[in-house]
Write a protein that binds this ligand. Structure first.
Ligand code: ADP
Length: 400
């Protein structure tokens, strides 16, 4: 069975067609600038060349139509008819407390996702538009929703509650949800596999370090804590997001700079993180790394603070689980930056960790980067959220 994995943003749509049995990517691509001028689709069939198509995409319906046309195209297509697509797996950002696992999409599920839009106003409406567009063009194909928040629904109350009036949790469901769940789940499972250990008896810390970044504590196969909160703003220092800070800072900036709440939120989401710390130099870790190596003060400051925050979370989660067996690095930065892993790893000696410099320089594969005698194993595990979504989708379709 072939599974189409769809990840819809407000003006973009990423897709992969995956063979559920061989787990091969048959085709993948991206539609950009949906609803604005200059829309284009980038499409790459397996073993073929990347092709760019400029075409008007006033809405996600036209974008999905272009994707389906490309997949079935006589020349560059990879399937002969849409009936070969057994199911569509949709990445949904926020499932609130309603969804602790992936689910087949029904009208009730659509309504429930809509009800969670309050918690992710930029993402859930776009995700819903993507589902509706796919349903319109593939009315008979089953659709599955896979939630970024679902894996973290196992967190205990003491980890997910904020110490604010409890009535806010009761009335508005203000609590920590956590994100990147598909990645934390995939990577922690894979780490157990690589180490030849039983997943359900391990204590694993996953550091998902990309432009957005989060850490999770996975005990016996369940997420028991994670650094992102009600929204993806909390926790680690990120590309442009501040992560943890004293909430009073908002009031302070408001008074000093005469900014509104919206303007301050924009600063915390778009102008902070390593971009802010480096004095506006860059939010891209490749730029920061080059400048760090050259000794540029602003980048040294940003990278050092970034690594320090990760180190603090690792310490907190080792304490929360009363121990740790393995620490995993994943996502754009976690997978590709020996420097950041070194900066973090050299502060973990108290856990009996030593990093093998040679192993740490490998890229693109599951690798144990700690030395043989390291008490806690440290691994690089490339994440694969699309494959995880395809697996969950396939699993649900098989049993339904
Ligand atoms: P997101 O999905 O949150 O946009 P990614 O997981 O794609 O993020 O990670 C993007 C980040 O990874 C960027 O900051 C980028 O600079 C960093 N990155 C990618 N490749 C490298 C590399 N070779 N060295 C250092 N950083 C890298």
């Amino acid at each position: 069975m072939k599974i189409l994995v769809v990840n819809c943003g407000s003006s973009s749509l990423k897709f992969q067609l995956i063979d559920a049995v061989s787990e091969e990517i048959i085709a993948k691509g991206l539609c950009e600038r949906i609803g604005i001028n200059g829309s284009q689709m980038v499409y790459t069939p397996k073993g073929g060349e990347k092709k760019k198509t400029q075409a008007p995409m006033p809405s996600h319906v036209e974008a999905i139509q272009l994707v389906l046309d490309a997949l079935t195209d006589a020349k560059t297509g990879v399937i002969s008819s849409l009936s070969e697509i057994g199911a569509v797996g949709h990445r949904i950002v926020h499932g609130g407390e309603k969804f602790a696992r992936a689910t087949i999409i029904t009208n009730e599920v659509m309504k429930a996702i809509e009800e969670c839009s309050d918690l992710a106003p930029l993402h859930n409406p776009a995700n819903l538009i993507g589902i509706t567009a796919c349903q319109k063009l593939m009315p008979k194909t089953p659709m599955v929703a896979v939630f970024d928040t679902a894996f973290h629904q196992t967190m205990p109350e003491e980890a997910y509650l904020y110490a604010i009036p409890y009535s806010y949790y009761e009335k508005y469901k203000i609590r920590r949800y956590g994100f990147h769940g598909t990645s934390h789940s995939y990577v922690s499972k894979k780490a157990a596999e690589v180490l030849g250990r039983e997943y359900t008896t391990m204590k694993i810390i996953v550091c998902h370090l990309g432009n957005g970044a989060s850490v999770s504590a996975v005990e016996n196969g369940k997420s028991i804590d994670t650094s992102m909160g009600l929204t993806p703003l909390e926790g680690l220092i990120m590309g442009t997001r501040s992560g943890d800070l004293d909430p009073s800072i908002m009031e302070f900036i408001a008074h000093k700079e005469g900014k509104s709440v919206d303007e301050i939120m924009n600063v915390l989401n778009k102008e902070s993180g390593v971009l802010g710390l480096s004095g506006g130099f860059s939010s891209d870790f490749r730029d920061l790394e080059d400048a760090y190596e050259a000794g540029q003060t602003a980048s040294v400051r940003a990278m050092t603070a970034f690594a320090y925050r990760v180190v603090k979370y690792i310490g907190a989660y080792a304490a929360a689980m009363n121990g740790v067996d393995a620490i995993c690095f994943t996502a754009g930065l976690g997978e590709n930056s020996p420097l950041i892993r070194k900066l973090i790893g050299e502060r973990l000696g108290y856990l009996g960790i030593t990093i093998d410099a040679e192993q740490n320089n490998k890229r693109g594969e599951d690798t144990v980067i700690s030395t043989k005698d390291s008490k806690v194993k440290v691994l690089v595990i490339p994440t694969n959220e699309e494959l995880a979504i395809a697996r969950e989708t396939h699993c649900l379709i098989k049993i339904s």
